[in-house]
Write a protein that binds this ligand. Structure first.
Ligand SMILES: [Mg+2]
Length: 147
C-alpha cells in the first residue's frame, strides 16, 4: 500500500487551509518587509519590500493558502498597516486589479497558526536536535550578512 492510499492521518499532518490548499505562513518583518529602518511601533512600516517578496507572494497565492503573521499581528491597527503597506506596493507593481486579487488570497491572522511551510528570518528548522548555547547566541538573520 502506498502512502497515497493510506487513509490514516499521520501525526505530523497539518490540516488543509482555505479551499483545501496547503498553508504557507510567512513572517512579515525580515521576510516580506525589509527591516532596514528598525522598529518604531507595531503599525509603523517604513521599509521597502524584501527583494523578490512581491513576486513570490503573487506566485504563492496561486497555489497556497497564504498567511502573513508577525509579532505585530496581535494589534488590529498593525494588521491593517501591513495590508495597506502591501497593497500600496502591489498596486505600484501590478496595478489595482491584480493587487486586489492577490490581497484577497492573503490572510493576516491575529496569531500564528502553524502551516505546512513557514518562512521566518529568525528561526531554524528543528530536526530533532537542540542547538548549543553558542549556536543560539551567535545566530544572525540573513540581513546581518549583507552588511
Ligand atoms: Mg522576522
Amino acid at each position: 500500500m502506498t502512502d497515497k492510499q493510506d487513509p490514516r492521518p499521520r501525526a505530523w499532518d497539518v490540516p488543509p487551509g482555505r479551499d483545501g490548499r496547503m498553508v504557507v505562513e510567512l513572517d512579515f518583518d525580515g521576510v516580506i518587509h525589509d527591516y532596514t529602518m528598525g522598529w518604531k511601533s507595531p503599525r509603523h512600516i517604513d521599509g521597502p519590500p524584501v527583494q523578490g517578496a512581491l513576486d513570490a507572494l503573487i506566485r504563492y497565492t496561486q497555489h497556497f493558502d497564504v498567511a502573513i503573521v508577525s509579532a505585530r499581528s496581535a494589534y488590529f491597527l498593525a494588521r491593517r498597516a501591513m495590508r495597506r503597506w502591501l497593497r500600496g506596493h502591489l498596486v505600484r507593481l501590478r496595478g489595482e486589479a491584480k493587487a486586489a486579487e492577490v490581497l484577497s488570497r492573503i490572510r493576516f491572522p491575529r496569531f500564528k497558526q502553524g502551516g505546512h511551510f513557514g518562512l521566518d528570518d529568525r528561526v531554524q528548522q528543528f530536526k530533532g536536535g537542540f542547538p548549543h548555547i553558542k549556536q543560539i547566541t551567535d545566530f544572525e538573520p540573513w540581513q546581518a550578512r549583507r552588511r
